[in-house]
Design a protein around this ligand. Sequence first.
Ligand SMILES: C[S@@+](CC[C@H](N)C(=O)[O-])C[C@H]1O[C@@H](n2cnc3c(N)ncnc32)[C@H](O)[C@@H]1O
Length: 336
Amino acid sequence: MYSFDQLKPLLLNSNLSEGKLIKGIHQIQHSFTKELERRDEYISERDLVSAYSSFYFPTNFVKLEWGFSHLPESFVEQLGETHLIDFGCGPGTFGLAWLEFFKKGNVTFIDQSDLMLKQAKAFLRFFHPNTEATFSKTIPLIEGPITLLFGNSLNEISLDDAHDIIERVRPDHVLFIEPGTKLVYQQLITLRKKLNEKGYMTHYPCLGDKDCPITKNDWCHQVMRTKHHDSIERLSQKAKIDRRTMPLTFHVYSKEQRTGLYQGRIIQFLRESKFSFDYKVCMGESIVEIQLLKKSLSKKQQKVIKETNVGQEIKFEVVKKVNDELFKAQPLLREG
Ligand SMILES: C[S@@+](CC[C@H](N)C(=O)[O-])C[C@H]1O[C@@H](n2cnc3c(N)ncnc32)[C@H](O)[C@@H]1O
């Protein structure tokens, strides 16, 4: 959680008066919601980049961790091993949130605005002085597994451009943290189809890859409720912009099979090996074999598993789908 006092000395204009800051925040908000044709201004004027970085940076920053809390832990761990491309990084919002979350990482910050990149560099240098990162207007060639993140930037580019970027980068995972608007929903529903065709599976928020059942005039988004540092809350009150209740669109696509929480009924004990307890489980629509990994269990938990009987229900998180009928999993056991 950042305070305004922490950010202020790092701003491109660190002498911005409070009056100008609030005026700038209003101007930015207006250009996001009403005067879309003036949207270029906030990235090309030092005072407006500073206003964005004082208010939208700290209030967007928290959305990454919120999003991760909705994904299986094992999947988030996997993301942490990839190189992040923060596309439309602005002042470095989600790349910095990524480094803060994982406490390490390789990040490439991409933005069309020199001023935004300059601000992102200043934040990185201060908050993560030992981290090397790339700042660029174009996406460089990157080796190894990649996560491509669009952070409030998909809504500023065309769908064709977003599609081209994905085609070029060929990331393993694609994340979107965007405004919770109908327009973004419509963009993503179209993009989702193309991503599915390219072998990406929807990991969040949809429960599968079938057509979205939401009717034409409606749309799907999430809402994050939070409280920011008192100094940011103060800016929020002065600017009369609510950032405690934030509608957002969080979508996750991946080449990896979808994992997640499952519940089934144990119908057969198969074997205990050096690495796992193996069961046949009825999932309602299908029967699967699950290997409950010993390395994820304490001695006490292994004892609970050994005492589990056929006929009992079991909740588990899939760590790896070997195929549609064989999962490596971690059981969710009640404490005590
Ligand atoms: C609303 S800001 C989001 C900044 C940051 N990701 C956040 O969520 O706080 C959108 C950013 O996307 C950048 N952007 C828009 N179109 C772009 C493009 N075609 N290439 C690179 N950056 C772009 C803008 O310059 C701006 O900094």
